[in-house]
Design a protein around this ligand. Structure first.
Ligand code: CTP
Length: 401
């Protein structure tokens, strides 16, 4: 399999060095990275850094003659599967928005048909300047994608929006866009994903929870956003960063997860329930800390509501596609099939747990997708990101069936 190709533009800002981490992470994810540096980028970081990281020649404007751009920019532009500019200065954004192509980077951006991801980094005053905001709005309308900037303390000492998005955030989005292969097949649709564990409080200090990391659900949400959907991600407590382009509703208990998911699902086209919702919650919450005694302690537990079963009970209204997960230690397919029927789902993603197969916290997974009228489809071992797109492919086929 040939590696996808990313053309990675670097402009002149203090974040030009940090952006090399994103380039390095892309290389580790088997992406073929080709860097173009502007003249001012070379004031902050040397081309040698990027050449060493990517093992590819780095194109630097400083030495390039206009004749050379004419040939090279077309070949790089045409061969790109994705184009990233990190960091992107106000100057670069202004030039692209105005159709100015006067160096290797801007001419290549102009010539490419690949999705272009712009990662702004600049002083807060510059970022909030209406001219910059207008340029970003113009480019967004034209289909250019933006990651960040984040808020925080900037190199200039100011605090506010303008700091370049963290390399992990950039890379995760780039990988989603690559996996989506330019498809915007969820544009105009609303996708709701719930993810992560729930916490059922026993007293102000203790709770009952589970091992879910939320990674699978976050991958589905990020994948749907990369394919153009409006995404609401109802998330239990996890330590993951917000996937690009998703609205997050943070919840803690199973009851809150149910309320938030049902509310978001009311006008959704697709619901994917990846959350590991507690089936039981303490029947009596203690306002004061429970003190230990000499003997054993029994906790009375009450059943929680089943979110999927509730959504599946009335299939005449939204959502049009209802997808569940089944985490099983035994009889994977039989148990998953029973949940598919019992909860009235269009699809269930069966996940074996236990033995050597622990998907918890892992970046990869092996699943079997079950759909009424279709043979079971094993997928993986593959990255959760790849599995997320495979789930969405099948959800879309349910929509068009
Ligand atoms: N689920 C839900 N609400 C619950 C429990 C589970 O919506 N209260 C959803 C999960 O998000 C998942 C699917 O139902 O998509 C299956 O969850 P799982 O924990 O595998 O199964 P349960 O239905 O809880 O059954 P059991 O625990 O007996 O296996």
């Amino acid at each position: 399999m040939t590696s996808p190709k990313c053309v990675f533009g670097v402009t002149g800002g203090i974040a030009a060095a940090k952006a090399s981490l994103a380039a390095s992470m892309l290389v580790k994810a088997c992406v073929d990275v080709h860097v173009i540096m502007t003249k001012s980028a070379c004031e902050f970081v040397t081309p040698l850094t990027y050449r060493t990281i990517t093992a590819n020649p780095v194109t630097v404007d400083m030495f390039a003659e206009p004749d050379e751009w004419n040939v090279k920019h077309v070949s790089l532009a045409q061969s790109a599967d994705v184009f990233v500019v990190a960091p992107a200065t106000a100057n670069l954004i202004g030039k692209v928005a105005s159709g100015i192509a006067d160096d290797m980077l801007t001419t290549t951006i102009m010539a490419t048909r690949a999705p272009v991801i712009i990662v702004p980094a600049m002083n807060t005053g510059m970022y909030t300047n209406p001219i910059v905001q207008r340029n970003i709005a113009t480019l967004t309308d034209l289909g250019y994608r933006f990651v960040g900037p984040e808020c925080g303390r900037l190199a200039c000492g100011d605090t506010g929006p303008g700091r370049m998005a963290e390399p992990e955030r950039i890379v995760e989005y780039v990988l989603h866009v690559l996996e989506a292969q330019g498809r915007a097949d969820l544009a105009g649709l609303k996708v709701v994903v719930n993810a992560g564990p729930t916490r059922e409080a026993i007293d102000p200090i203790r709770f009952i929870s589970n091992r879910s990391s939320g990674k699978m659900g976050y991958a589905v949400a990020g994948a749907a956003a990369a394919r153009g959907a409006r995404v609401t991600l109802v998330s239990g407590p996890v330590s993951l960063s917000r996937p690009e382009g998703c609205e997050i509703v943070a919840v803690e208990s199973a009851e809150q997860m149910l309320e938030a998911t049902v509310a978001a699902a009311a006008d959704a086209d697709i619901v994917v329930a990846t959350a590991a919702v507690a089936d039981y919650t303490p029947a009596h919450y203690s306002e004061s800390k429970l003190k230990k005694g000499d003997g054993e302690l029994s906790l009375e537990l009450a059943r929680t509501g089943d979110i999927l079963a509730r959504l599946g009970a009335d299939r005449t209204s939204s959502p049009r596609v209802l997808v569940g997960f089944a985490a099983e230690t035994d009889d994977l397919l039989a148990n998953a099939q029973a949940k598919l029927a019992r909860k009235n789902l269009d699809m269930i993603v069966a996940n074996r747990i236990g033995g050597d197969d622990s998907p918890f916290g892992s970046d990869s997974n092996s699943v079997v997708i079950l759909r009424p009228g279709h043979n079971p489809e094993p997928i993986g071992p593959a990255s959760k990101l790849h599995i997320a797109h495979a789930i969405l492919d099948r959800a879309i086929s349910v929509l068009v069936d």
